[in-house]
Design a protein around this ligand. Structure first.
Ligand code: GUN
Length: 285
């Protein structure tokens, strides 16, 4: 068997085309959605991610600004910037690029963002709303994974999904979103002694640990859907996911490549949340 290879760029393009229409409708009411990104320090990967987020905003007509702060800036400086953005009516979405330098308390920062502008869906109010099945903003990466599964008609209800990873950004919300849709969910992590005990039973496997070759073809059920959220930089500079793509694609029914699978969808869901935030604000006026 050779797996269907998912095209995250294609799905993103289609979704973004519809977003442009939504931005157009807002513009008719004199509203231009706006995203503000705070980038602390000079982490190379974060610089690339932020640049891609800003480009994506441009592509659908969303305003964007980036506030860059030095690695050694104080926590107070970040908090002050957030307070200013919380009160700026032209800003519908605020994102603080993670990771932050160690001397800055990530929880304190994320919880200072107004939940109505928390387009990452990381504020505890939004996480709580997701747990209780009443989310406004789903975290972008797992939201993008769900959109891909739906686009390719991968059934979720009644199936066994295994999530490998326990981060707040991907693993935990991913498991909750699959559970919400009626999957039986197992959550593994990098410390799980024998992943294959779980993955061999799975209809859907999502890998999000940032470790090369964590999943190989011999560890999955024939026909399984394999979603690779990992991004690893190889010595030659190229990117690879967590999945041993060559062996997995001969056994799986459906697989996401890296790059070009989940990555474009994450950014597309950030646009979705920012536009949604602008639509909700407008509706409340
Ligand atoms: N760093 C890696 N992924 C993300 C993300 O989805 N949001 C933010 N804010 N930082 C990240």
């Amino acid at each position: 068997m050779s797996a269907k290879v998912v095209d995250g760029k294609l799905v993103s393009r289609e979704l973004r085309a519809r977003m442009k229409d939504r931005v157009g409708s807002l513009m008719l009411k004199d509203i231009k959605p706006g995203l503000a990104v705070i980038l602390v320090g000079d982490d190379a990967a974060s610089q690339v991610y932020v640049r891609n987020k800003i480009r994506a905003c441009d592509s659908v007509g969303v305003n964007s600004t980036v506030k860059r702060l030095a690695t050694d800036c104080s926590e107070k400086a970040v908090l002050n910037e957030l307070i200013r953005l919380n009160n700026d009516p032209g800003i519908n979405g605020i994102l603080v690029q993670l990771p932050l330098p160690k001397h800055i308390d990530e929880h304190k920062i994320l919880e200072t963002i107004r939940p109505e502008k928390d387009v990452d869906g990381f504020h505890k109010v939004n996480v709580g709303a997701m747990v209780t099945g009443n989310a406004t903003f789903y975290p972008c990466t797992p939201h993008g994974v769900m959109k891909l599964l739906d686009y390719y008609n991968v059934r979720i209800e009644g199936r066994h999904a295994v999530v490998i990873g326990r981060s707040n950004i991907v693993g935990k919300p991913m498991a909750l979103m699959l559970l919400e849709r009626g999957a039986t969910v197992s959550i593994c992590n990098s410390k799980t002694p024998d992943l294959s005990i779980f993955t061999r039973q799975a209809d859907i496997v999502v890998t999000a640990v940032g470790k090369l070759n964590v999943l190989e073809g011999g560890m999955i059920k024939p026909g399984a859907a394999v979603i690779d959220v990992g991004i690893n930089r190889l010595k030659n500079g190229s990117l690879a996911g967590d999945v041993d793509y060559e062996s997995v694609r001969t056994v799986a029914g459906f697989v996401t490549p890296v790059p070009g699978g989940v990555g474009p969808m994450t950014i597309t869901m950030l646009l979705e949340n920012t536009i949604r935030s602008a639509e909700i604000t407008n509706f409340r006026r």
